[in-house]
Design a protein around this ligand. Sequence first.
Ligand SMILES: NC(=O)c1ccc[n+]([C@@H]2O[C@H](COP(=O)([O-])OP(=O)(O)OC[C@H]3O[C@@H](n4cnc5c(N)ncnc54)[C@H](OP(=O)(O)O)[C@@H]3O)[C@@H](O)[C@H]2O)c1
Length: 271
Amino acid sequence: MAETHPGTALVTGASSGIGATYAAHLARRGHDLILVARDRSRLDAAAARLQAETGRRVEVLPADLTAAADLDAVAARLSADEAIRLVVNAAGFGPLGPVLGGPRSLYDDMVALNVTALQRLTLAAAEAFAARGGGTIVNVGSVVALAPERFNAGYVATKAFVLALTQALASELGPRGVRLQAVLPGITRTEFFARAGADLSAIPPGMVMEADDLVAAALAGLDAGEGVTIPSLPDAGDWQAYEAARQRLGPNLSLSVPAARYAVPPVAAVA
Ligand SMILES: NC(=O)c1ccc[n+]([C@@H]2O[C@H](COP(=O)([O-])OP(=O)(O)OC[C@H]3O[C@@H](n4cnc5c(N)ncnc54)[C@H](OP(=O)(O)O)[C@@H]3O)[C@@H](O)[C@H]2O)c1
């Protein structure tokens, strides 16, 4: 009998942290893998280990996703490789602390990676999956999209973009068989904080999730059909209430007259 497997998964940020953990979980679920990040030696080591552990085929595709030619190459692979059925966009970084006074070039790089590259790869995958009649895109955002006053403003804005892009595309592409999930981690034990020059051990342990638990919960959320997964949120009803409140704004978000509280005189009265 022919072997059936769930197709190839392309994972960005696969050299460490959440992306590397996704790669391990997805290989155990039977996916072949394409691992994307800048550090080829770490990708090679992960590929050899996962291949030995799971027997899946694991390829590395080293790329700096802030470099146009590298981003083009990864997007082209998504468009051309019919075996790819799942994309996990996990590559990302963010500075800590107040936005003013921070290094401007770092903010540009952050937008290039967290926003520009993620959008490019999401759209390349969405287009390819819609043409192939199905596929899944997992975008790693952050809970800071829901708590903008608590983190670096530029980073928060990039993660709000990830959530909005994913929700908007899910509604457009769902009918074409393309699933999208936004995963919103809280603080997770990865290299994120060290890369930002911060000490994760200064954060109360009760606020820090292990990457393995985070990814296991996110995949359970994906299996359950969630469009947005917040792994640490105890009561899913809180998110549903938040979304319901947002939907209630809908009918009044674009009307011909300003709200009465602004006391704007009607046009005829002004003339
Ligand atoms: N850890 C947290 O507390 C937390 C919370 C909420 C959201 N997140 C989000 O989770 C995602 C994964 O972060 P993490 O926590 O796993 O951090 P991490 O351990 O630092 O992993 C970041 C990954 O992104 C890759 N990367 C960085 N710059 C890149 C570039 N220019 N081109 C290609 N790949 C690049 C890194 O690999 P190379 O250096 O090899 O390129 C690495 O594989 C990010 O989007 C982050 O914003 C993290």
